[in-house]
Ligand binder design. Structure first.
Ligand code: PEP
Ligand code: MG
Length: 316
């Protein structure tokens, strides 16, 4: 088969035998949204909203936020957009919010944890999002919070989002504790999206920004895969979609493993979508499941990747 022609394929994501896995884009600005909307992605699996906040000395107004969110949602009429609430702190510090110096910011008051200290910040964002969602009824809007650590936090977030008028509410799975408690946590929300960048950082106790630890934070680490598997299985038991929106989703071989584990959507930079779509299209769900079992059983990251690579069909 002509590989480059197949890479032009614009069909929705599915395995060779038709098992659907949504292919979605990660975006961080209105310009990204417009660029992604022009491609065949089925929507956005991670809209990072930090761009509105990062270079500001004070909180953007609800009006300004609502307008930016509206533009992003409007670009995806007829498709789905998963919006992540503010993930401030650690690698994304905010001048006006992360004001207390911390010895270990990655383990500090960041992301959803800021909402406990500064509830207005999240309340304003949810209000702006609810306005934008009301203005774009053709877009399927889902809202999720980053860095949730307990079932209680998931419930708090859902209640805050519901109170603002948002009704499709989920969480990111980035903290190992939440993956381990996935059955409980997922009962409190409608969906989950696994952030494999942070999940790997916290599982392997390895700073994601430290290149010297790249072998420890490798996406093929069986310990990380086990947490992903556990979360996906809880989602299947409870009927909650569980996607992946970290870097793992953009690796075609890993995408096969994730499909085999029961992950329902893969969100990545748009440049990665064609190769992932192609790999899925040429592999059956059975084969993906066999690859997933082999990766989970492997002794280490290298062996996990090799076990999957040795099972790929010749087309991939
Ligand atoms: C992640 O942690 O995997 C993720 C998708 O979020 P971010 O990279 O923005 O922390
Ligand atoms: Mg993250």
């Amino acid at each position: 088969a002509n590989r480059s022609r197949l890479l032009d394929d614009t069909e929705p994501g599915a395995t060779a035998d038709g098992h659907r896995v949504q292919l979605l884009a990660n975006i961080g600005t209105v310009a990204d949204a417009e660029q992604a909307a022009a491609t065949a992605v089925e929507g956005v699996g991670l809209f990072r909203t930090e761009f509105l906040f990062l270079d500001e000395s004070e909180e953007p107004t609800v009006d300004n936020q609502a307008e930016a969110y509206r533009q992003v949602l409007a670009a995806f009429a007829g498709r789905k957009v998963v919006i992540r609430t503010l993930d401030a702190g650690a690698d994304k510090p905010l001048a006006f919010a992360n004001t207390t110096p911390e010895e270990n910011p990655a383990l500090g008051i960041r992301a959803f944890r800021l909402a406990r200290r500064n509830p207005q910040l999240l309340a304003h964002q949810l209000e702006a999002l609810a306005r934008a969602v009301a203005d774009t009824p053709q877009t399927e809007a889902w809202v999720m919070a980053p860095m949730i650590s307990t079932a209680d936090e998931a419930k708090d977030f859902r209640e805050m989002a519901n109170a603002a008028g948002l009704d499709h509410v989920g969480i990111m799975v980035e903290v190992p504790a939440v993956a381990l408690q996935a059955d409980r946590v997922l009962t409190n929300v409608q969906f989950a999206s696994i952030g494999t960048n942070d999940l790997a950082q916290y599982t392997m106790a390895s700073d994601r920004q430290l290149g010297a630890l790249a072998d420890l934070i490798d996406r093929w680490q069986p310990a990380v895969l086990k947490l992903v598997a556990q979360t996906a299985a809880a989602g299947q038991r409870l009927g909650r979609p569980v996607g992946v929106c970290g870097e793992s989703a953009s690796d075609p071989l890993m995408a096969l493993v994730l499909a085999g584990l029961g992950i329902t959507s893969l969100s990545m930079s748009i440049a990665a979508v064609p190769e992932v779509r192609f790999a899925l299209r040429h592999t059956t769900l059975d084969k993906c499941q066999e690859m997933a079992r082999a990766a989970l059983d492997a002794a280490d990251a290298k062996a996990a990747q090799e076990a999957v690579r040795s099972r790929v069909t010749p087309e991939v």
